[in-house]
Write a protein that binds this ligand. Structure first.
Ligand code: PLP
Length: 388
């Protein structure tokens, strides 16, 4: 059975050249990059090359790149570091209601430790309430953290507008750009952020490797204490194979963005054209303010997780909400923040494409999903009749 993988917002298949770069790093560049001998030298060269490539991807200076274990660590470093560094008044953190758990749970832990956390609302299409953002950012804050595009709906958040407000008020600003590489250009100067987080496995790189961009001169406190790696900003021996692989993936993502976007937009339209024809189905999120490639739909009367399991028996892989919330079988906090009515909340699925997804994949996946929905509704007469 051929598998059709439409869960690229959860993780991406590593690119073949990434697998090769990881293999090469483990066979030839396995030294400790802090060692002064030849073995260390080879590992250090791999790390430095990747640092240059990652810097080029987001138009930063190589010295502004800190390698981490992924976006979760990067986000925790910024939020906790700035909260710890706040002197005098208790820290105040501003986030949005649709952030990834990495941000929401970190903010919750800081709140338990005495920080104030204010959450910017979104509307029913997942768009940020700018007036609410302005109101919350009119008071002093320790840090504001928002995502560039939402991992469940693909909806874009107005990062440059928020950056301008933060700059005016002197509030450090972090962008979670985890879902963006390869799908939109990333230039930190244009975004106007002080910090930006990435995770390699979301763009064809290996898991367990990520980036934290720290603007030169930005106030910063490290999360992990130990030996002074990464310019004393992150302790722990660098994950050289992961970093080397991420560098290769970043080089690929920096190229061909317009063509990739066009292809992803075509796939999005194709999937939605087919799936929205299914009775009592709706789209979640603003159709015209999304990063291309992510489709979030709800089927009334059935559970999204049941559709996922039924379709997976025919080799089609996607998720109900985000992979993280799906694992808990709860409703998505993103769709809840969008005031999605109960019957739509539980029937939500997310399909996310990549550059290698074909139109034939989209058609076949749509056919399987259509069959799965019909089957599940036929099992429950209430769902079939619309009274579920
Ligand atoms: N931020 C966003 C928007 C994400 O989609 C994810 C992963 O799903 C993360 C942060 C966390 O990434 P990781 O689990 O690689 O640390």
């Amino acid at each position: 059975m051929r598998e059709i993988y439409l869960d690229n917002n959860a993780t991406t298949r590593p690119l073949p050249e990434v697998v090769e770069a990881v293999r090469a790093a483990m066979t030839e560049g396995w030294g400790n990059p802090s060692s002064v001998h030849g073995c260390g030298d080879r590992a250090r060269r791999l790390v430095n090359e990747a640092r240059e490539t990652l810097a080029a991807l987001i138009r930063a200076r190589p010295t502004e790149i800190v390698f981490t274990s992924g976006a979760t660590e990067s986000i925790n470093t910024v939020l906790r570091g700035l909260a710890d560094a706040a002197r005098g008044t208790p820290p105040r953190i501003v986030i949005t209601a649709v952030e990834h758990e990495a941000t929401i749970e970190c903010a919750a832990a800081l709140r338990a430790g005495g920080a104030a956390v204010d959450v910017i609302r979104v509307d029913e299409l997942g768009r940020l309430d700018l007036a609410h953002a302005e109101e919350l950012l009119s008071k002093p804050a320790t840090v504001c953290s928002i995502m560039y595009s939402n991992n469940e709906t693909g909806v874009l958040l107005p990062v440059t507008r928020i950056a301008a407000i933060c700059r005016d008020r002197g509030i450090p600003f972090h962008v979670d750009a985890t879902q963006v590489p390869g799908k939109a250009p990333l230039a930190v100067e244009e975004l106007g952020c002080d910090f930006l987080s990435l995770s390699a496995h979301k763009f064809g790189g290996p898991m367990g490797t990520g980036v934290l961009y720290v603007r030169r001169g930005a106030r910063f406190r490290r999360l992990l204490h130990g030996a002074p790696h990464e310019g004393a900003r992150r302790a722990g021996t660098e994950n050289v194979p992961g970093i080397a692989g991420m560098g290769v993936a970043a080089a690929r993502m920096a190229e061909g963005i317009p063509a990739r976007r066009e292809h992803l937009a075509t796939l999005t339209r194709r999937l939605e054209d087919r799936l929205l024809r299914i009775e009592r189905t709706r789209r979640n999120g603003a159709a015209d303010e999304r990063i291309p490639g992510t489709v979030n739909l709800s089927f009334a009367g059935i559970e999204g997780s049941a559709v996922v399991l039924t379709a997976s028996r025919e080799g089609v892989c996607f998720s109900a909400g985000s992979a993280c919330s799906a694992a808990q079988f709860g409703g998505s906090h993103v769709l809840e923040a969008m005031h999605t009515p109960f019957e739509w909340l539980h029937g939500a699925v997310r399909l996310s494409c990549c550059a290698d997804t074909t139109l034939d994949d989209a058609d076949q996946a749509a056919a399987v999903i259509e069959r799965s929905v019909a089957y599940l509704r036929s099992m429950d007469p209430k769902a079939a009749s619309g009274r579920g």
